[in-house]
Design a protein around this ligand. Structure first.
Ligand code: ADP
Ligand code: MG
Length: 336
């Protein structure tokens, strides 16, 4: 199955790249990376070359951050407990730990033993009992990571997973590559992470949909934006069911259980991709009230919450930018 997906993607990539012409025709790449399908679309005369470099960057960061590839920085660090890592890995772990501090540990890359315990990596799902959760929580805590320049060390039993921030960090790098090639109009979608550069070639704003958690074919609202990163975390994105109960992949590091905060999704809009990605996960863990408080500590961060009460609650900064889709059945309110 994986092979077929890969072949289709390679075919798409080749055929889409082949059709680029200057200015109005986009250059596009569809690549598989970080466990998801990614598309990058860029306009302008250097966009062909820029998009090719974006593909290389996807592969480079995927090879560093994968938890399963036995050559990756993260794999070796988790296996050996200490490893001298690439500059990008160093930087991303620093960013992650800084956000952990600022979110009171609701975002925490040392959550990995918990993610493994539920079987999210392998797809063979189990629900760990309270004793197991209590034991595993002993090795969760971002303070258990130490960094001395590029040498990272983990306390005994600690394992990291950059899955909640890696795509956001990648999107920062890709936007930077596009800018360096004087691309002024582009958009990318990296599995729940959208980034837009400039405006559309016709000068209008990019339109980014907020998915309906109950039906991903539909949107609840549309954000009209330029130069932004838009990242959604939601309980609907990856989950399994056991004995009539649903278990999703965003875990509260304090309880070791899937976050149960009355939210179906959180979308963060920011000018920083890694921050938007990490905060969408952290805010999902916090729930509406705490997340609204925490959001005040981050400049230029706007949030859209979708609650299990069929409400969309968005921060005031989005008032002129976020528009409801008619007949979605959800109410829309701007607060703070
Ligand atoms: P997605 O990767 O599906 O877009 P997220 O960005 O919210 O969604 O990342 C969720 C992934 O991050 C999980 O699959 C897990 O590997 C990891 N994770 C789960 N809970 C946390 C957490 N509280 N802090 C940091 N990483 C987490
Ligand atoms: Mg995230």
């Amino acid at each position: 199955m994986k092979k077929i997906v890969l072949i289709v993607i390679i075919f798409l990539t080749i055929s889409l790249m082949g059709c680029a012409a200057p200015d109005l025709e986009p250059s596009q790449a569809v690549v598989f990376g970080m466990d998801t399908v990614m598309t990058v679309t860029a306009y302008g005369k250097n966009s062909d070359q820029a998009v090719l470099l974006c593909e290389t960057e996807v592969a480079r960061l995927d090879a560093l951050f994968s938890t399963t590839n036995d050559m990756s920085d993260v794999f070796i660090l988790n296996r050996d407990g200490t490893h001298t890592v690439d500059d990008s890995t160093t930087e991303l772990i620093e960013i992650a730990n800084d956000i952990s501090q600022k979110t009171n540990g609701d975002f925490d890359i040392t959550i990995y033993p918990m993610v493994l315990a539920y079987g999210f990596t392998k797809g063979t799902y189990t629900v760990p009992n309270d004793q197991k959760v209590a034991n595993l929580l002993e090795s969760v805590g971002y303070q258990k990571i130490t960094q001395d320049q590029n040498t990272v060390s983990l306390d005994d039993g600690v394992k990291i997973d950059l899955g909640a921030i890696a795509k956001g960090y990648l999107s920062d790098n890709l936007i930077e590559i596009l800018k360096q090639h004087d691309v002024t109009s582009a958009m990318m979608s990296l599995g729940g992470n959208v980034a837009v550069l400039g405006e559309k070639p016709d000068g209008s704003l990019w339109r980014v949909g907020i998915e309906d958690p109950n039906n991903v074919e539909k949107y609840l609202a549309v954000a009209e934006l330029s130069d932004s990163f838009v990242v959604t975390s939601g309980s609907y994105r990856r989950f399994f069911e056991l004995n009539g109960k649903t278990y999703h992949h965003i875990i509260d590091p304090k309880t070791g259980r899937p976050a149960d905060s009355g939210l179906l999704s959180v979308t963060v809009v920011s000018n920083n991709g890694a921050l938007a990605d990490a905060l969408s996960t952290a805010f999902f863990v916090m729930g509406l009230d705490d997340a609204l408080d925490a959001a005040k500590n981050f400049d230029g961060v706007e949030v859209v919450f979708v609650t299990d009460q069929q409400e969309i609650i968005a921060t005031k900064g989005l008032e002129q930018k976020l528009f409801p889709v008619e007949d979605s059945g959800y109410s829309l309110e701007f607060i703070q």
